[in-house]
Ligand binder design. Structure first.
Ligand code: ZN
Length: 297
């Protein structure tokens, strides 16, 4: 259930890149540290830390681009080369980005899955969507802060203060998410894709997705048997909530949406990159928590 790859020329990003690289130092002529990220989500986290002393460019900037299947461009390669710090998700989520960053020894790479400490190595059903893990966002922000300090020591206090303020805001969002579980204990959700799994965990909502469906949805081929298992979990209300990846729409998600509508099980649309008009990680997370609260009210 992945999006068709949309080839979009991000002209603004090309223009932004022109003239900002100065011999691979990762510092632009205006003195700002250049930061590159695979997705706009990680770009926003980097922007919180880098603030006015960093220029952040992301490869994925449109909701129609699928980070799982994106193909990097010559422009992306140049952007990585001109950056001091590059953040990718890792865990097989954006291999194209990992390859670009690992191929450039002059750029400090930040692998969010590695930084998260969540991947136990041999777990085949590891959920790589770690940007929905609030503790991981703080760890990535802290790592980026350390790397920015190395690239631009003069603004060390500034970067560290930004990372601390980011962590404080994430703490507030964590408390907000946890309040859902306290208000609705013993909730179980079915995820059409494991996008927001970590946030649901923080909210105290357990994953009620049938194992056969989960496995097959990760492999992008859901059998009739697996779909039936998922549909039954919904129609018998073994799950009390369905999260639907709003960025993929296919026969499977339509079937599950219809089953939920019929059974009166609330559906929450979730995202793995920013929807149109969204540019802010904290706002994006807050919006999702609010959607969960509304759905369960
Ligand atoms: Zn995904």
């Amino acid at each position: 259930m992945k999006r068709p790859v949309a080839v979009l020329a991000t002209v603004a990003a090309v223009l932004a890149l022109a003239g900002c690289s100065s011999g691979g130092s990762g510092k632009a002529s205006d003195g700002k540290v250049q930061v590159w990220t695979s997705t706009d989500v990680w770009g926003s986290v980097a922007r919180y830390v880098g603030g006015e002393h960093a220029d952040v460019t992301s490869a994925i900037t449109s909701p129609s681009q699928d980070p799982h299947s994106y193909e990097s461009t010559a422009r992306d390669k140049l952007a990585v080369q001109g950056s001091a710090v590059a953040i990718y998700n890792g865990g097989g989520y954006d291999d194209w980005a990992q390859q670009l960053v690992e191929g450039d020894s002059g750029t400090k790479g930040v692998d969010a899955v590695t930084v998260s400490g969540l991947d136990q190595g041999n777990n085949p059903s590891f959920n790589e969507h770690v940007f929905w893990s609030l503790p991981t966002s703080v760890k990535v922000a802290d790592t980026v802060a350390s790397d920015l300090v190395k690239a631009d020591p003069a603004h060390a206090a500034y970067f560290r203060a930004n990372a601390r303020s980011f962590a404080t805001k994430i703490s507030a969002l964590t408390a907000l998410a946890q309040s859902i579980g306290r208000a609705h204990p013993h909730l179980s959700a079915l995820m059409t894709e494991p996008v927001v799994g970590y946030l649901l965990g923080t909210a105290g909502i357990s994953d009620g997705t049938p194992a056969i469906y989960r496995k097959q949805s990760e492999a992008d081929s859901v059998s009739a048997v697996a779909l039936q298992a998922a549909t039954t979990a919904i129609s018998t209300k073994r799950v009390q909530l369905v999260t639907l990846n709003a960025q993929t729409s296919d026969a499977t998600s339509t079937t599950l949406q219809n089953a939920a509508d019929k059974a009166g099980v609330p559906v929450v649309q979730v995202y793995e990159t920013f929807p149109t008009g969204e540019h802010d990680y904290l706002h994006w997370v807050r919006t999702c928590i609010a959607a969960l609260q509304r759905a369960l009210a």
